[in-house]
Design a protein around this ligand. Sequence first.
Ligand code: ZN
Length: 211
Amino acid sequence: MRPYRYKPLSRLPEGSGEPRARVRSSLLPGATAEPAPARRSVLQEPVLVLNSTYEPIHVTAVRRALVLMLKGVAQMEETGPVRVHSAREALPVPSVIRLLTYRHIPQQTRALSRKNILLRDRYTCQFCGKQFSSSDLTLDHVMPRSRGGPTSWENLVACCYECNNRKGDRTPEEAGIQLERRPRPFTLHTSRQLMRLMGRHDEKWRKYLFY
Ligand SMILES: [Zn+2]
């Protein structure tokens, strides 16, 4: 599989305009559902974040999770397999952390960005159904922009270059191709699906995500 390479390909900003909630609702770059990044640091490994009620709320990276723990905002619920060494001590790396005080998580809607659309579509071309790395995907306006198609969650999908060329300035019907599924906004439901996808191999996440 090809290593993860981020290359912005559209005019959409990368996650900009994302609301600055105290608990960031974004999946960090090191914590995507993208397949097989070549090699990443322990600090970028994904950590599941639970609300104080044990409800899974998002995924962050080890680095951020350690900061939350050191600040006393969160505590470790499950440890990962490795430790990180600071100047004075060896800290176990968390796999799951839990916030100590309850945070109200509003119905999550994310900023419309290239990254979030690729995440929602799981790095899968919505026309041929194959999975690609970020740099091999573009965004397609289902109803072409030239025909008044809006730049919205409902009209943008992840698309490989081949399908994008084949479709051109046509609707899927005109091009004789079909959408894998109807594009929807990024909701809490989408977040949860992604967390499940990321946690499916991790025994320590499973009990919080599959119930
Ligand atoms: Zn395709």
